[in-house]
Design a protein around this ligand. Structure first.
Ligand SMILES: O=C(O)CCC(=O)C(=O)O
Ligand SMILES: [Fe+2]
Length: 199
């Protein structure tokens, strides 16, 4: 039996459904997953095209899924590998908590404070009308930011901690963008698992 408990809180952002639970994974379990993923996942360093110029993405990525459907974003098409045992364990726990059936997991590795992800919404059409994104964080704590697309002063930031679960659902991707900015602080490497459903 899992005696470890966690609390979920709703950020109460307008036009969004965003929740955060610290301690979704127990710290020792999160440590173990971090070490295994760092060593064993199929890390790729892709180029992306910005204003016609090819540049390396400022992070490493890997795509896993329960099926063979590709996922395309930022002019990249990624073919998934089959979920590993540990990814499947986490997917089951996330499914049980959310009542969803996630098919894909896009994994990001931020090696240090120079690695980042710029402002975007996860609104590719293969994610469906109101995408649900479940994001599990492992390793170094990084600041995550959200900004409303139409209301200028609606901005929010929070630290995504080791073992936490961050959920974006409902109309969040229609009305908000999010990013993981670079930081000058000394930060440990961070692995982020983003579970998605591709139709
Ligand atoms: O690293 C994070 O917490 C954000 C990742 C993200 O936004 C994405 O993969 O779409
Ligand atoms: Fe995202």
């Amino acid at each position: 039996m899992d005696l470890f408990s966690f609390e979920e809180f709703n950020l109460n952002l307008p036009n969004a459904n965003v929740t955060y639970c610290a301690g979704f994974l127990e710290p020792n379990t999160a440590d173990r997953y971090f070490q295994i993923f760092l060593k064993e996942l199929n890390w790729q360093h892709h180029d992306i095209t910005i204003f016609g110029k090819k540049i390396p993405q400022p992070r490493l990525t890997a795509l896993y899924a329960i099926n063979e459907l590709p996922y395309s974003y930022s002019n990249l098409t990624l073919i998934p590998k089959k979920f590993t045992l540990e990814l499947l364990e986490i997917q089951q726990k996330v499914n049980a908590h959310t009542g969803k059936d996630f098919t894909h997991c896009l994994v990001n590795l931020y090696r240090d404070g120079n690695d980042s992800m710029g402002w975007h919404s996860d609104d590719e059409k293969e994610l469906g009308i109101d995408p649900v994104i479940a994001s599990v964080s492992l390793g170094g704590v990084r600041s995550f930011q959200l900004k409303h697309k139409n209301i200028k002063d609606q901005r929010f930031k929070l630290d995504l901690e080791h073992g936490s679960l961050f959920l974006m659902a409902g109309s969040t991707q229609h009305f908000w963008k999010h990013q993981l900015p670079k930081t000058k602080k000394q930060v440990a490497p961070r692995i982020n698992l983003t579970f998605r459903t591709i139709l």
